[in-house]
Design a protein around this ligand. Structure first.
Ligand code: G6P
Length: 483
């Protein structure tokens, strides 16, 4: 039996709202549904979330829900006539005092007055993801006088970035704070924080989420140049998060596209090394917004991330607003499976030569070492409370599927993001202790994952509650009597 190890995150939107399309996305392999708080009302998101959970249950699947906060994207205001056309050499002003609805060929309002203080003469500003570039020539009290370096069309509410990053906007806006409460109410499984600058931004988001009663795991979107400026900054942000997203749109604009792939590989490696999950995102199959087939370059992009052991690859507009949302998920699934047939390494050196700090981590890593070196092992069963034990296991490169056996809805959904980890609902506490191993293996026999004669590794703790208690690894021979 072949399991796709790389998971698929797909953004929901107008193209994927109907129950029919959503059901097809789930059948095609959707693992995590992303709800983008930049669009839609809380009621829209609640309706979508309810539908995802209902349809996933109908198909016996466990699909996690990821809320994505809008964050402080800095934008220009609106134009009198919706759009203008700028030419190289034109003079153009960004003004915090100009009307927010009456931009002209010469000037447009901005909704973030601190941009003026943040910028200096000589800075390069990238508008609309870098499609239009201008250089600051003069700084007034409430406006920046710029010279257009790369011209093009500019329309209402396009984003502004500065080359090299460094704009000071705090990561959480009032809207984000309100949406954190919505996320808690919806019992979302993951919540992504946009434009975090450092660990403090993540800590603040975590405090607000906890206060609101939310249990979502927090995802830091890596999209500011300062977040990847050096290893210390990057690792600090990763450590403060439960997972990270390589948010390539804004990141590429700030650091330049030439360095993006190298930085992406680094973020994936660092996240895995620090025991966190990682999503590779943005424009992975962009042409599929209008085409039923990806380009070779897109296939290569998705495969590259899978070969680098990302936990998940993500679709944005392709599934939210494109013409072929289902085909896009199918294409991703196909490409990931294909890439996984050619692993770039069969053995993992993760944590080799390092000391372990925790008993459960020692068991998790011993399990993977054994699974990777003992031919005949077809599956790993991890009895888990929170999903932590399978997360640690899945940081090790392997082709053996890891099954998270848990009675808890949150953990069942959460592990949907982890590479090579699959959910089996299971409550060990409802069984006599000497029946647990057999009952767990029977679940895999029932699913056709193993057959008599195969080996299975099972991990658990002494008691059947409490996260962090794993202290046992059993090697089981399927078909033999088990206790
Ligand atoms: C389940 C098992 C316990 C184990 C725990 C680990 O509750 O029955 O024996 O100790 O999971 O949970 P964790 O959240 O650390 O993966």
């Amino acid at each position: 039996m072949t399991f796709r190890r790389t998971k698929i995150v797909a953004t929901l939107g107008p193209a994927s709202n109907s129950p029919e399309v959503l059901e097809q996305l789930i059948i095609a392999g959707l693992d995590v549904a992303r709800l983008n708080f930049s669009h839609g009302t809380p009621d829209d998101h609640k309706a979508r979330a309810a539908l995802v959970r209902e349809l996933a249950a109908k198909h016996g699947r466990h699909v996690a829900l990821l809320g994505d906060l809008q964050g402080p994207k800095i934008r220009i205001a609106k134009f009198e006539n919706k759009r203008i056309e700028l030419k190289e050499g034109d003079l153009f002003r960004l003004s915090s005092s100009h009307s927010r609805t009456a931009g002209t060929q010469e000037v447009v309002g901005i909704d973030y007055p601190a941009l003026i203080q943040d910028c200096d003469v000589g800075d390069e500003l990238l508008l609309d993801d870098g499609r239009v570039v201008m250089r600051v020539e003069l700084k007034g009290a409430d406006e920046l006088h710029c010279r257009v370096v790369i011209g093009g069309p500019l329309s209402d509410n396009k984003g502004i970035n500065r080359r090299g990053g460094g704009l000071t906007a705090p990561a959480l806006t009032d809207k984000d704070k309100a949406d954190i409460k919505v996320a808690a109410e919806m019992e979302l499984d993951y919540l992504a924080v946009s434009f975090p600058r450092d660990a403090a931004d993540m800590d603040y988001a975590r405090r607000l989420l906890t206060e609101a009663g939310g249990t979502a795991w927090l995802v830091a979107k890596i999209e500011r140049a300062e977040a990847v400026a050096d290893d210390e900054a990057l690792d600090g942000l990763i450590r403060a998060s439960d997972a990270v997203m390589v948010a390539r749109g804004d990141l590429a604009v700030e650091i330049g596209d030439a360095e993006l792939v190298g930085i992406q590989k680094k973020i994936i490696a660092h996240a895995r090394r620090l025991n966190k999950a990682v999503i590779t995102a943005t424009q992975m199959m962009e042409s599929m917004i209008h085409s039923p087939m990806p380009t070779r370059a897109e296939v290569s992009d998705v495969a590259n991330a899978a070969l680098d052991y990302t936990d998940a690859v993500m679709l944005s507009a392709e599934s939210a607003a494109g013409e072929y949302p289902v085909e896009a998920v199918q294409a991703m699934a196909r490409v990931c499976l294909g890439a996984e047939k050619h692993p770039t390494s069969k053995q993992s050196s993760h944590r080799l030569g390092r000391t372990f700090e925790r008993c459960d981590e020692s068991i998790a890593l011993a399990t993977m070492y054994t699974a990777n070196h003992f031919p005949g092992v077809k599956a790993i069963i991890s009895l888990t409370e929170s999903g932590y034990s399978p997360l640690i296991m899945s940081r090790i490169r392997s082709s053996i599927p890891i099954f998270a056996f848990t009675p808890h809805r949150e953990a069942q959904a959460r592990v949907a993001l982890f590479r090579g980890v699959y959910t089996v609902p299971f409550d060990p506490a409802s069984l006599p202790a000497n029946k647990v191993s057999q009952a767990a293996v029977d679940e895999l026999l029932k699913r056709g994952v193993v057959e008599p004669g195969d080996w299975v590794i099972l991990t658990k703790g002494d008691s059947y509650h409490g996260t962090g208690g794993t202290n046992t690894m059993k090697i089981l021979h399927v078909g033999d009597p088990m206790v």
